[in-house]
Design a protein around this ligand. Structure first.
Ligand code: SAM
Length: 236
């Protein structure tokens, strides 16, 4: 996985400002995702997959009183920013780990969250495997909440959603640069259409709700059913 600075062609110090110029409704999606956690236990553990600079993590910690958080990310520069952002919360139980969520053992958690990070998982098989591992690691009734580009699969709606994304980019960049950004990201990212995402989550054993959707982006909440079937070790 290349660094975020190389992938997005920005300096990490600018990430929190620039990401808003790249991703439409970024701030709103963070708030919606944090609100979708709907805490049930007294001191829940949130594991944030691809925590980056900690923006979604900070929203979740605010939304869920007495929560603890583990943030996983492969990019040390991004984690350094997250550490500064979350410093004030450290004493409540925050751990930031330089680890890949597709490779490391996932801790037992009440919630998994992912803010525009799961598009780095490029194949259906790897994604279902990750979803199964999340399901297995979740407490009963726990949930995975993911924000990502999950475009429509129908061609005309897909084209409309892509135009909406380009219009957002054009607020800051020329049309040529807007298209160049999308083309560059597409070389590394994989945006599965929303219906395929839902299918992968169902296949893994989740019960899924779409809590927000606009243009090519969506926020989905995938809950572990209370009577989830036991996972054969070979599938984990
Ligand atoms: C676009 S950033 C999003 C950061 C943050 N969640 C947000 O909402 O702004 C995606 C992050 O996922 C991280 N990432 C990508 N693949 C990863 C993996 N396999 N394991 C851990 N982190 C990963 C990247 O390093 C990057 O920090």
């Amino acid at each position: 996985m290349m660094s975020v600075a190389t992938h997005l062609r920005i300096r990490v110090a600018e990430y929190d400002r620039v990401i808003r110029t790249f991703i439409p409704n970024y701030q709103e999606m963070l708030s919606v995702a944090a609100a979708a956690l709907r805490p049930r236990s007294a001191s829940p553990l949130i594991v944030d997959l691809g925590t980056g600079t900690g923006a979604l993590a900070a929203h979740c910690l605010r939304a869920v009183p007495n929560s603890r958080l583990i943030g996983l990310d492969t990019d040390p520069e991004m984690l350094a920013v997250a550490a500064r952002r979350l410093r004030a919360r450290q004493r409540y139980g925050i751990e930031l780990k330089q680890q890949s969520f597709t490779r490391c053992a996932l801790p037992r958690a009440d919630y998994f969250t992912a803010g525009i990070s799961l598009h780095h998982v490029r194949t259906r098989i790897t994604k279902i495997k990750l979803y199964r591992r999340c399901l297995h690691a979740l407490c009963a009734g726990g949930a995975l909440v993911s924000i990502d580009c999950m475009p429509p699969s129908q061609l005309d709606l897909y084209a409309q959603a892509k135009r909406a994304w380009i219009r957002h980019l054009e607020r800051t960049y020329s049309t040529r640069n807007a298209r160049a950004h999308l083309a560059a990201w597409a070389k590394e990212d994989r945006y599965f259409p929303l219906d395929q995402e839902l299918d992968m989550l169902h296949t893994a054993g989740f019960r899924v709700e779409i809590v927000w959707r606009r243009g090519p982006f969506a926020v989905v909440r995938a809950e572990k059913p209370r009577t989830s079937r036991a996972m054969p070790a070979a599938l984990l």
